[in-house]
Design a protein around this ligand. Structure first.
Ligand SMILES: *Cc1c(COP(=O)(O)O)cnc(C)c1O
Length: 384
C-alpha cells in the first residue's frame, strides 16, 4: 500500500509483526535481553537484544519508511549513531563537512575521529565550493541542513551530484526538518542521520539516534558494527520514540506555525538585530529550502543588541525554559556560545556568526500568543 507520511508515522509500510497474536494496537515493549532457542542450531530469529529486539525493529521499520530508506538502525542517542557511522571509515580517509554543525558532532570529529586517523576539511558551503577540497582520499561529504544554529540551508541536490561525480558518500543529518518536511534520499543523499531525541520522539523525554541507509551493502556493514559495538536503543526507549512519531505531522505543523509567528514578532523588535530562519522570503536560504523541503521547520536563531540583553532574556523568561535540546512539544531557548557550541573553538564560532548575543529557539506546540507575550516581557524589561 502506498500511503502518505502521516499514515506511515503510525503504520510504517504496514508490515505485520508475526510474533504477536493479541492484536495489541500499541506495539508491545519486549523488555528482554535474550531469547530461548527451540533447539540446537535453531533460532526464532531473535537471539540477543544487542542485535535483535522486536520493539526496536518496529521503530526502525517506521523510521526507514518515513525516509524512504531500505533500513534504519536505532541507537541510544544521536551521537551514538554518528559515532557508529564513523566506523565505516578507516585511518587516512578524508571527509568534507559543513563548518556550522551540531557542536557534539564537531567535538566527535575533532577529538575522537581525528585521533583515529580520519581527516576533516570543514568549510562554509555558502561561501566555498566543496569540490575544491576533494582529494584522492576523500570518502564522504557530511552536512546538516538547515545548519545548527545559524540556519544556513545547503542545496542537497547539488551536493549529491558532486558526491556522485567523485564517488563520495553524501551524509545528511536530517534532525532539524525531520522526514516530515525533508527527505534527503529523494534528493540524492546516501546516508541519513537523526538525533531521534528531537522531533522524532518529540517530548523531551528520551534520547535516541538513527542511521538510515538505502543500500544492502551499507545496511549489512552497519548491522555488523551495531552488533559488535552495542549502542542499540533500549526496548522501552524504542517504544517512547514509536509513540512520539505517531504525532510527528501535527507537532511539526503546529511548531512551525508557532515559529513563524515568533519570527514575525522578533523581526519587528528594535532590540533584535537579526533573525535567522529559512522561511523568511527574499533570501537564498528561503529559495533553496523551498526547493528541497515541504516546510521551514520550527528552529530559529536570533541576534539581539548586546550580550547583556541576551543574558537578560534567558533569565527573565517565565514560561519558556532555558534548556538545551530542541524539537519537543515544549518551546526551549538556548545560548549556543555557552551551551550547545561551547566546545567549538572561539574563532570558528565567531566566523560562523555565533556571537555572545545569539540565542536559538526551538518552537514547541503551546499557544503562540503566550510564547510571544513571554518573549516580549523578557525583552521589554531590559534596562541598560
Ligand atoms: C542533538 C543533535 C545531535 C546529537 O544527538 P543526541 O541525541 O543529543 O546525541 C546531532 N545532530 C543534531 C543536528 C542535533 O540537533
Amino acid at each position: 500500500m502506498d500511503t502518505g507520511i502521516a499514515t506511515k508515522c503510525i503504520y510504517g509500510n504496514h508490515e505485520k509483526f508475526e510474533g504477536d497474536r493479541t492484536g495489541a494496537i500499541s506495539f508491545p515493549i519486549y523488555q528482554t535481553a535474550t531469547y530461548a532457542h527451540p533447539a540446537v542450531g535453531q533460532s526464532t530469529g531473535y537471539d540477543y537484544s544487542r542485535l535483535q529486539n522486536p520493539t526496536r525493529e518496529q521503530l526502525e521499520k517506521i523510521v526507514a519508511s518515513l525516509e524512504g530508506g531500505l533500513d534504519a538502525l536505532a541507537f541510544s542517542s544521536g551521537m551514538a549513531a554518528i559515532t557508529t557511522l564513523m566506523e565505516i571509515f578507516k585511518p587516512g580517509d578524508h571527509i568534507i563537512s559543513e563548518a556550522d554543525l551540531y557542536g557534539g558532532s564537531i567535538r566527535l570529529f575533532d577529538h575522537i575521529n581525528q585521533k583515529n586517523g580520519i581527516e576533516f576539511s570543514r568549510i562554509n558551503f555558502a561561501e566555498e565550493d566543496p569540490e575544491n577540497y576533494i582529494k584522492e582520499n576523500t570518502k564522504a561529504i557530511y552536512i546538516e541542513t538547515p545548519t545548527n544554529p545559524m540556519m544556513n540551508v545547503i542545496d542537497i541536490r547539488k551536493t549529491a551530484e558532486l558526491a556522485k561525480k567523485h564517488n563520495l558518500l553524501l551524509i545528511v543529518d536530517n534532525t532539524f526538518l525531520s522526514p516530515y518536511f525533508q527527505r534527503p534520499f529523494e534528493l540524492g543523499a546516501d546516508i541519513i542521520l537523526h538525533s531521534g531525541t528531537k522531533f522524532l520522539s518529540g517530548h523531551n523525554d528520551t534520547l535516541a539516534g538513527f542511521i538510515v541507509v538505502n543500500t544492502p551493502e551499507l545496511s549489512e556493514k552497519l548491522r555488523y558494527i551495531i552488533k559488535t559495538t552495542g549502542a542499540g536503543l533500549a526496548p522501552f526507549d524504542s517504544w517512547l520514540v514509536l509513540r512520539g512519531i505517531k504525532t510527528l505531522p501535527i507537532r511539526m505543523e503546529k511548531a512551525q506555525e508557532n515559529a513563524q509567528a515568533i519570527v514575525e514578532f522578533l523581526m519587528q523588535e528594535k532590540k533584535v538585530k537579526n533573525v535567522y530562519y529559512p522561511g523568511i522570503p527574499g533570501t537564498n536560504n528561503y529559495e533553496v529550502c523551498k526547493s528541497q523541503a515541504s516546510g521551514f521547520g520550527s528552529m530559529l536563531t536570533f541576534e539581539v543588541e548586546s550580550k547583556e540583553l541576551a543574558l537578560h532574556i534567558l533569565e527573565s523568561l517565565k514560561l519558556i525554559p532555558f534548556a538545551e535540546s530542541l524539537g519537543g512539544v515544549e518551546t526551549l531557548i538556548t545560548y549556543p556560545t555557552a551551551q550547545t557550541h561551547a566546545d567549538v573553538p572561539e574563532e570558528i564560532r565567531i566566523k560562523n556568526g555565533i556571537t555572545d548575543s545569539v540565542l536559538r529557539l526551538s518552537a514547541g506546540i503551546e499557544d503562540k500568543k503566550d510564547l510571544i507575550a513571554d518573549l516580549k516581557q523578557a525583552i521589554d524589561s531590559f534596562r541598560e
